[in-house]
Design a protein around this ligand. Structure first.
Ligand SMILES: [Zn+2]
Length: 155
């Protein structure tokens, strides 16, 4: 694996374990040239469905995009990175198991909103507010309404 720091192809695996729910192998590697440590994940290859966006353009489902969306929503929140990996694993699996060749972006947004709801309330509302761009506004209002009554309950 090419070292992200020096580009050397010589590395040594120093740790190897299953990640997420066992659907991936996580390997810690150390570069033989510069000693940089980095992590790789090995997963079963699959052809991701196309995601249909609001403007009806399509792009392949991207695990990385989903993960970076979640990371953004969880910025400065006490959410472990592993927890987000697990959430993305779950959403990816649902998309996989749907067997669809195309899936609406709004559908993926719904899955993520559901996951975030169980992870972190602030991140949940943040994500939901981005998600409103492509969701039904009445649905979004309902989401916010739920959040407000819940936080009032806690205070
Ligand atoms: Zn290196």
């Amino acid at each position: 694996m090419k070292c992200p720091t020096c580009g050397s192809l010589e590395d040594r695996v120093i740790d190897s374990r299953t990640a997420g729910d066992g659907s991936a192998i996580r390997r810690r590697r150390v570069c033989q040239s510069c000693s940089r440590r980095f992590t790789t994940y090995e997963r079963i290859e699959w052809n991701p469905p196309l995601v249909i966006k609001k403007d009806t353009s399509r792009e392949p489902f991207s695990r990385d995009k989903v993960l970076s969306g979640l990371r953004k929503a969880c910025e400065k929140r006490p959410v472990p990175a592993d927890r987000l990996e697990l959430a993305v694993d779950k959403v990816e699996r649902m998309v996989q198991e749907s067997g669809e060749t195309e899936i609406l972006a709004v559908r993926i947004g719904e899955m993520l909103v559901e996951e975030l709801k169980q992870i972190d309330q602030v991140a949940y509302v943040r994500f939901a507010s981005v998600y409103q761009e492509f969701a039904d506004p009445s649905e979004f209002a309902k989401l916010l309404g739920t959040k407000e009554s819940e936080s009032r309950g806690v205070e």
